[in-house]
Design a protein around this ligand. Sequence first.
Ligand code: NDP
Length: 520
Amino acid sequence: MGMLATHAAATKSNGHANDRIKSYAPATGELLGEVPVMGPDAVRAAVDRARRAQVAWGALTVEDRCKRVLRFRDAIVDREEELTDLLSRETGKPLQEALVHEVSATATVATYFAKKGPEILAPRDVPLALLKHRKAVLHYVPRGVVACITPWNFPFYMPFRDIFLALIAGNAVVLKPSEVTPLIALKAKDLWDQCGMPADLFQVVTGYGPTGAAVIDAGVNFVVFTGGVATGRRVAAACGERLIPCVMELGGKAPLVVCRDADVELAARGAVFGGFSNAGQVCISVERVYAHKDVADALTKRMTELTKGLRVGDPSSRSVDVGAIIFPKQIEVAEDHIKDAVSKGAKVLAGGKRVQSTGQFFEPTLLGDCNHSMTVMTEEIFGPIVPIMKVDSDEEAVRLANQSHLGLNAYVFTKDRDYGERIAQRIEAGSVLVNDVLTNGGCPETPFGGIKQSGFGRVMGDDSLREMCDVRHVNVERVGIGSDNPMWFPYSDKGLSLARKATKLLFGGGGLLKKLANIV
Ligand code: NDP
């Protein structure tokens, strides 16, 4: 591990509010730049500026907002090479990953929601079952200032996925990027300013955890948090204290179930790609494989060959599959998992240790003979390790897949698609893919998020755009019933008797309500 990178880890774990944060390239240890640590006053001023800018933005039609955000998307696409290059240097990920999983995935989300936004946010009539004389309409109005607090593993895609939605919904945005990868956020902010977007509408506040806490304290109206479970608890508690609605996108422990009838080659390639893409630093990485005993040996053999064939190293050399470990503490986490697993009987089939280099690298590691007594099967890894456990039946695989406090993504491999769908429906996770890995992470049409301690709320999917809004229900009379309403004061025998008759009529044998609304 490079000396400079070690220094970055120390500053993060101390959490002291140094004046400046230095960002180092994890692949080389090179110092890439410095950013300020913003305190509560600076954060509050940024939130206030955003709030003022939101007024004019929120008054635009959704169509106009969509047109304008596409200008920003175009700038991102035009400057793709610059962004991809900085992303690759600040995170140590291969250029292809920076382009496909970050820049291009962001452009996909922006394009989908800019096209569908006006339809998704159009006012909606709600037919009323009983109060036929009234008309109910739901309007989706901006919440105000949306805070995005984001991690270091996808420092471009994670924030901008949510930022585009917040903006289309009419909000201003304050982004608190991870202290480990702040430069790409500031680069995007430069791009925003250069392409003529309202400067104050989008703010970036840099700093450590307390800067994130200060954003919530400054009275934002909605928080989208992506990060670890422990920090998520603190952020959710701070939001709860202030009654700020929030979405929590937390950790994952994605199981990959290889059924008795699976295509072994497909499952092996899927597990290796899903486990080592972004050096395993993905919340939906393949974090544990349950292989049916009939295919387990062939699968393990093929996964071992594929894992041994992966090229690890500095992504600037281009011929690299697995890049650097972005946050150095994750190297120790990986070592601890492997030590624990081996002490309980696991076999290291490939990799197993850090790479001796000036950069922060860890060998893609495959572990065989694993079981649930090992932390590697039960706790989040967030690094390049894939453990394999042999099981007696598909049933056992499902039971073990569900034996987790996390539930973000899951994967099932089988040649029988109907069977795969049935298995998928029994796995406790926010998303389950059959014969594929990771792709839903970049799919704008479908909701993404977790259950259990993986969090709550969803990003992406049409409902997530509405979630960026307050819902205002406007209710207007179609036909006036006048001021002589027997249900209003003063109460009387006449009113009571009318109410009795109505109750019998509606819910009694005739079931008028059923006929009226077809809802009971
Ligand atoms: P953290 O939870 O440590 O940090 C996330 C963000 O929260 C960072 O910007 C961090 O700042 C900030 N923060 C820290 N303390 C506070 C606080 N008290 N109030 C407000 N903000 C705070 O996550 P990591 O950056 O370490 O990312 C890794 C984790 O993220 C993994 O567990 C992974 O599973 C999860 N993740 C989940 C995803 C999902 O979609 N479900 C996607 C990607 C990652 P700073 O960095 O300066 O400490």
